[in-house]
Structures are given as C-alpha cells and as structure tokens.
Ligand binder design. Sequence first.
Ligand code: G3P
Ligand code: MG
Length: 242
Amino acid sequence: MKVVAHRGYSGRYPENTMLAFQKAEEARADEIELDVQLTKDGTVVVIHDEVVDRTTDGTGSVRGYTFKELEKLDASQLCRGTCPVQRIPSFEEYCEWATQAHLTTNIELKTGLVYYQDIEKKTIAILEKYDLLGRVMFSSFNHLSLVETKRIAPQVPVGALIGKTGVVNAGFYCQKYGFEFYHPSFDSLDDNSVAELKAHHIGMNVWTVDGMRELEQLASWNVDGVITNYCTVCRQYLDGAK
Ligand code: G3P
Ligand code: MG
C-alpha cells in the first residue's frame, strides 16, 4: 500500500507548501497529493481552497490575485509561530523540486467549484517541461477534467474523486470512462464496493485516513494507497506489518 501525503505532510506542517512536501519526502512517503488552481494571470499554483483566507494572512479568491501578489502572502497560517513563513508555491516550483525527489505526485485539479479554463493543458505543459509525466497521476472531483487530461496525455493515469456518498457501481463507472483509479472517501467503502472495484480491475487510493482502525481496514482490503495527513504514522505501521 502506497503512503500518499495529503497536501504534503499536512498533519504537522502548513499544507501545500514546499516545507510540507520536503517533510513528506523525509518521512518516506511514496507519493505527494497536492491541489492546483489558477491565478488571475494564469499561473498554476498549489493551494487547496478557492480563497486564501484559511491558509494565508490574506483574503479573497485565488483567481483575484496575480501570482506576484499571491507570493507576498504568508501561507503558514495553520502552523503560525511553529514554523517559518511559507509561500504559496507555483506548480512550476514544485515540479523543479520533484525532479530530484524520490516520490511520485497525485495532482488534484481543483475544478469542482471554479472551472479554471485550460488548467489541464497548462498543468500538463509544465509536467512536460520537467519531464515528469511518467511520475504523476491526476485526480479530480470534476470528472470532466479527467476526461480532458486523458485527451491531452492519455498515458497518465487518473483517479475519480468521490465524496462520502460514493458510487454504487464505481468499478463499472471507472472502467467505462477509462479511469484507472477510484479515490473514495473512506466512509463510502465497504466489502461489497471494494469487491466490485477489484472485479473491474480499478485501483483504489482512499482519503483521508489518519486513524489505526481505518488503516488496518485498508490494509486488509489491500487497496493501492492510503491518502493521509500523517505519513510518518502510516509508514511506521506499514513497516511494522511487513
Ligand atoms: O485526494 C484526496 C483529497 O485531497 C480530496 O479532498 O478536499 O482534501 O482536496 P480535498
Ligand atoms: Mg486534494
């Protein structure tokens, strides 16, 4: 089972920052999950919310800022006082770092609330520039974004994100649309849904799992990945279970 660091090592460090990504690598995560959006001037940036209020010292929407303006904000608000000032990384900055990091990346296209025009094309162009297309996957709650990435870069695997309701016949659904992975909320899975997905040869990366009971359940289902805020704990558990 892969350990996927949700927004980097976000349980201890400010989410979606270079510090959280570096710490995830140090904690021996197999993969980093991060979220991308577009600024006013079309820069692909790494941030979870459509607004900057929760994670930075600024206010307002990501798409209301140019990248130069966005870079001035302090993105360490969630760990204020316990870690140095952080910046919202451009996706390009992340990719430059990822070329020498020993892990893969799950790029979540945040197109559920705001449909950022051409974000798929722009993200793929950056990955091409850094020769990273072979070490990433895409995920999104907006499955049309996955269809679009498949149109541009069919070789890159994609995962269909689904919230707590799940999809009853998710294996059939993913197979029909060429989605190699299903990314459900843990609460939506049970023995039957896992069996249906396996029967359709669809991989599963499950979010967001930080508890032992859930971790043991995922291990017994033998899913592909656990998406967690605490990559150290998951790594230690999996090392111990070997
Ligand atoms: O990829 C799993 C997870 O990131 C989906 O939800 O809201 O944390 O982006 P969210
Ligand atoms: Mg995400």
